[in-house]
Design a protein around this ligand. Structure first.
Ligand code: ADP
Length: 667
């Protein structure tokens, strides 16, 4: 076995590989870009080597720099993780030329499966079922359109170099073929530098079922059962599970045999996944599945296989790369229970899943699964870490295993609803809703499920009544005193603060609410705003806050961060920005100076005009940045000379408001 390996990756997968290496007593070397200098994988590794600026082409894709880092640190092998250099045969060859071991398959195996058309031709020859289609060399419109007609519409045009669903176009009618072909080619050219395509039958009700395979250097190949990854959005996996719902023994035998045959055909070594598309218009049938492609690396979703087999796939990868035979024979690999994985991303489902960035000011995962289920969180970030714009915005993978599918699914839902993140929008609520989807719960899945119900799945969650009131109480800081576990403090808080009105400003739906909070008894407060008063009672149970009042019954948790307060209830979260007048006074303009944008963003709303007299603390404008609304308040009294226009996109440091000079001279 190796004594030291280098991990040519970042984020959760680098962390996950380090964990197994450590357990096996193998030293670890991390690599990092400028953006990752303080990243979790860097902190966890025994040693870390800086490899360049944030851009991946300058760092995580820089093969020569990574190989040099391995040589300098005495690493004997390189684990590529997934993505980046994991399926790059030139990298494998360079690693081997440098006298190091690549923890993965041979360059020849990667090449054989690298292009979808060649891989399909190879599989067809080996007798593995392949989606009916044209995988030949000819590329001109007339030939491809003729083939499409022969295959029968609808058809799917796919980039042969494709990945991540790019360069793929479904065509329903011959009239649309030429245009779709041109679009697929353009996309393929820009994404992969290769505009060649293949055309295949579009499977009407497809399920994506893949088989985990493993080979060693001694000619052994086994499978570790299947995973169902049918829950997809724009051809990208969202929730994966093992085993596939409704899988029959006959179907499983046919699929796993085909997968093992595929791996054997290319003398496969290491972890690999054979992806199949299954037509479920007539249920799962052993003659209705076809080879789609083989991923010659560890998959993002490998943990579901680990959960149901009890095996550590990274350990197997290391053993096989070190020349050992596979740790188990096929008969020794068993399946038990049911596992799910949900991919938690910094992205905004209500805006077309736009990737988000931000600093994870507050990050809390479920601590244990409900009932007897097991919970595993694979995260690459900690609280306080930033989701940078340079990389995939994945925050974590939430993985559960239950005794059966329904136990596992409810454990997944519970774990997602307990996830608390402030500082970035996430898809947590969307994922939690998916776990409640009737069709999904029934195991009636196909790749179109999410798209069909997308509106309901991404509709913004209604914040329960009382959320703003609770946020105001948290923002006031009073509850730390009044709801203290120490009765003396609570009472002292009461008598001491009784009658005093605490002003609190809270951003809410783009406006600034000004409230006054009065304590009128232990756990009892009155909130007043715009002449309206709301008496409430607030109790605390551990981290849970229970707020009751007229029409209010709210059980929630809260996070106080630099930018405001986030309330978490029923799996949804709501952020209330809290302007910090102290901070503005310190860091923002002095009288006569300018008020500048703290970060790049969009001027969402301007609440004043040039010539207005404003008071210190008054809301001037709302800046939308990093998917959140930030209120910009006046740092002092004064007259506004100029103000930025509503709708303008501003750079960090751009002038938002300029105050008049005369006013500046007033105290
Ligand atoms: P990529 O490499 O870009 O991810 P794949 O070939 O793996 O492309 O396909 C990605 C997804 O696209 C599949 O999981 C499936 O949902 C869908 N898909 C692929 N081929 C077909 C097909 N012939 N018919 C219907 N859907 C398909």
């Amino acid at each position: 076995m190796f004594s030291r390996i280098l991990i040519a990756n970042r984020g959760e997968i680098a962390v996950r590989i380090i964990r197994t290496a450590r357990r096996l007593g193998i030293g670890t070397v991390a690599v990092y870009s400028d953006a990752d200098a303080d990243a979790l994988h860097v902190k966890m590794a025994d040693e870390a080597v800086h490899i360049g600026p944030p851009a991946v082409t300058e760092s995580y894709l820089k093969a020569s720099r990574i190989i040099k880092a391995a040589q300098e640190t005495g690493a004997e092998a390189i684990h590529p993780g997934y993505g980046f250099l994991s399926e790059n045969p030139d990298f494998v060859e360079a690693v081997e030329r440098a006298g190091l071991v690549f923890i993965g398959p041979s360059a020849a195996s990667i090449r054989a499966m690298g292009l979808k058309d060649a891989a399909k031709r190879l599989m067809e020859k080996a007798g593995v079922p392949v989606v009916p289609g044209y995988h030949g060399e000819a590329q001109d419109l007339v030939v491809l359109a003729t083939k499409a007609r022969e295959i029968g519409y609808p058809v799917l045009i796919k980039a042969r170099a494709g990945g991540g669903g790019k360069g793929m176009r479904r065509v329903d009618h011959p009239d649309d073929f030429a245009e779709a072909l041109a679009a697929a080619r353009r996309e393929a050219k820009s994404a992969f530098g290769d505009d060649r395509v293949l055309v295949e039958k579009y499977v009407a009700r497809p399920r994506h079922i893949e088989v985990q395979v493993f080979g060693d250097a001694h000619g052994n190949v086994v499978h570790l059962f299947e995973r169902d990854c049918s829950l997809q959005r724009r051809h990208q996996k969202v929730i994966e599970e093992a085993p596939a719902p409704g899988m029959s023994e006959a179907m499983r035998a046919a699929m796993t045999q085909a997968a093992v045959k595929a791996a054997k055909t290319i003398s496969y070594r290491g972890a690999g996944t054979v992806e199949f598309i299954v037509d479920v218009s007539a249920g799962l049938k052993p003659d209705a599945f076809w080879f789609m492609e083989m991923n010659t690396r560890l998959q993002v979703e490998h943990p579901v296989t680990e959960m149901v087999t009890g095996l550590d796939l990274v350990e197997w990868q290391l053993r096989v790369a070190a020349g050992d035979p596979l740790p188990l024979k096929q008969e020794g690999i068993t399946l038990s229970g049911h596992a799910f994985e949900a991919r938690l991303y910094a992205e905004d489902p209500s805006r077309g899943f736009l990737p988000a960035i931000g600093t994870l000011d507050h990050l809390r995962f479920a601590e244990k699964a409900v009932g007897e289920a097991a919970l595993r969180i694979d995260a690459g970030v900690r609280e306080g870490d930033a989701i940078a714009p340079f990389y995939d915005p994945m925050i974590a993978k939430i993985i559960v295993r239950g005794r059966d599918r329904s136990a596992a699914l409810s454990a997944l839902g519970a774990a997602l609803r307990q996830t608390e993140i402030a500082g970035s929008v996430t898809n947590a609520a969307f994922l939690a809703r998916l776990t409640e989807h009737e069709g999904f719960a029934a195991g009636d899945v196909d790749t179109g499920l999410i798209e069909r119900d997308i509106d309901a799945l991404v509709a913004p969650a209604e914040m329960p009544r009382g959320a703003a009131e609770l946020a105001a109480l948290v923002a006031s800081g009073l509850i730390e005193r009044a709801a203290s576990d120490d009765p003396w403090e609570a009472i002292a808080g009461y008598s001491h603060f009784n009658g005093l009105a605490y002003p609190v400003s809270l951003g809410r739906e783009g406006k600034l609410d000004r409230l006054a909070i009065t304590i009128y008894g232990p756990e009892r407060f009155i909130l007043s705003a715009d002449g309206q008063t709301t008496p409430v009672r607030l109790r605390r149970n551990g981290r849970n806050l229970l707020l009751t009042g007229p029409g209010i019954f709210l059980n929630a948790t809260a996070a106080r961060t630099a930018g405001g307060v986030t309330i978490f209830a029923d799996g949804a979260s709501s952020h209330f920005p809290v302007p910090d007048p102290l901070e503005s006074a310190e860091t923002e303009a002095l009288p006569g100076e300018r008020l500048t944008a703290p970060m790049p963003g969009l001027v969402k709303q301007v609440r004043i005009s040039a010539g207005d007299m404003v008071k210190k603390g008054q809301l001037l404008l709302i800046l939308e940045a990093m998917k959140m609304e930030h209120t910009i308040a006046a740092p002092h009294d004064g007259m506004v000379e100029t103000i930025v226009a509503e709708g303008e996109q501003v750079r960090e440091g751009a002038t938002l408001v300029r105050f008049a000079e005369e006013e500046a001279r007033l105290p």
